[in-house]
Design a protein around this ligand. Structure first.
Ligand code: SAM
Length: 334
């Protein structure tokens, strides 16, 4: 079957999909959101919000929330904000495909989503209320939105790749046509036999679908990706399971992911995470040693924050992630 369909079933089919299992992504791989850097990531997202908004958001939404780890950090920060309790009234909504995780703080609302490019109707209601401003975050969501995978055949044309879901064995299907082909011609040209393309059209549509639900605010996708000029000729499709990178067999036993073509997404800004943190003044400087004597607990927590920021800024790691930012103002809405 076409990769896109096999991929969707492998991750989101009810009963058997990898992400439906309930273990959550953190059981299989670490992300900046579900690991020790999560609190610093939440701090950076709220700092970005406050760079252009004096008041706190009405609602914060985490799309593709895993088990709500980042949403919980965001909620904790909002509750601690020194603004006389204004941020404590911000709704925090996490969206993912499983039932509400047992360990999620009560403060965080939970919405169950169909998965992939589709989002739940209940999200429209949460965002509709947020006329004065929603902060919507999608951390490592778009890389698990299944897309068409194509390969250049010996005839020099792009063909859709088909895959056997049980074995992962691929065969070349028909020549690519229509919107997928148009997307490749515009964003990812491939002409050498054997070169592969992960057709970002479905990610563009998923992203636009999310933007279309936001009446006003800031929508931020954070993900690994590439741009024209740095497309990987062999593609990036891969799998993860049990903490290891594995061959991406779409049988429901592993995550299947591919980098995001970030320059085809509708955006006001596309910036590497390290540069975002620089611009926000989140440099990860080590705390002064004097603090260790004066207030050992404060010193330890400052040290923890500094090492989290260092991990988020690492050029070879999370620092190379892209922040794709779209500012939605009331005037943008038809
Ligand atoms: C790679 S994990 C990232 C989880 C978390 N954001 C993090 O960074 O740790 C991708 C998550 O997106 C979720 N997801 C995929 N499609 C979704 C959709 N349409 N709505 C909500 N969640 C979705 C998956 O179920 C999975 O938990």
């Amino acid at each position: 079957m076409p990769w896109r369909r096999a991929w969707h079933d492998a991750l989101y089919a009810s009963g058997s999909g990898f992400y439906r299992s309930g273990d959550g992504p953190a059981a299989h791989f670490a992300t900046a959101a579900n690991g020790p850097a999560g609190a610093a990531l939440a701090e950076a997202l709220l700092a970005l919000w406050h760079r252009s908004h004096p008041r706190p958001p009405t609602v914060v939404v985490d799309v593709g929330a895993g088990h709500g780890e980042l949403a919980a950090h965001l909620a904790a920060l909002l509750d601690r904000a020194g603004d006389g309790g204004a941020s404590a009234t911000t709704r925090v909504v996490a969206v993912d495909v499983t039932a509400r995780p047992a360990a999620l703080p009560d403060r965080v609302e939970w919405l169950v989503s169909p998965g992939g490019a589709a989002l739940p109707h209940a999200l429209d209601e949460a965002l509709d209320e947020a006329f004065v401003g929603a902060l919507v975050v999608a951390h490592e969501w778009l890389d698990v939105v299944p897309c068409t995978v194509a390969e250049v055949g010996t005839d020099g044309a792009l063909h859709e790749l088909l895959v056997d879901p049980a074995s992962g064995i691929e065969t070349l299907g028909d020549a690519l046509v229509g919107d997928d082909l148009s997307w490749c011609e515009r964003y990812w040209r491939a002409t050498e036999p054997g070169d592969r393309v992960e057709v970002g059209r479905s990610r563009d549509e998923a992203w636009s679908g999310l933007l279309g639900r936001v009446r006003s605010g800031l929508v931020v996708a954070v993900d690994y990706g590439h741009t024209t000029g740095t497309r990987p000729p062999a593609g990036t499709l891969t799998g993860y399971a049990g903490g290891r990178q594995v061959v991406p067999v779409p049988d429901g036993a592993c995550d299947v992911t591919a980098h995001v073509a970030v320059d085809s997404l509708e955006a006001d800004e596309r910036v590497r995470q390290r540069d975002v943190l620089d611009a926000l003044g989140l440099t990860g400087a080590t705390p002064a040693h004097d603090l260790a004597r004066a207030d050992p607990l404060a010193y330890l927590s400052a040290l923890q924050r500094s090492s989290a920021l260092t991990a988020l800024r690492d050029r070879e790691g999370y620092g190379a992630f892209w922040w794709v930012v779209r500012r939605v103002r009331p005037a943008d809405v038809p």
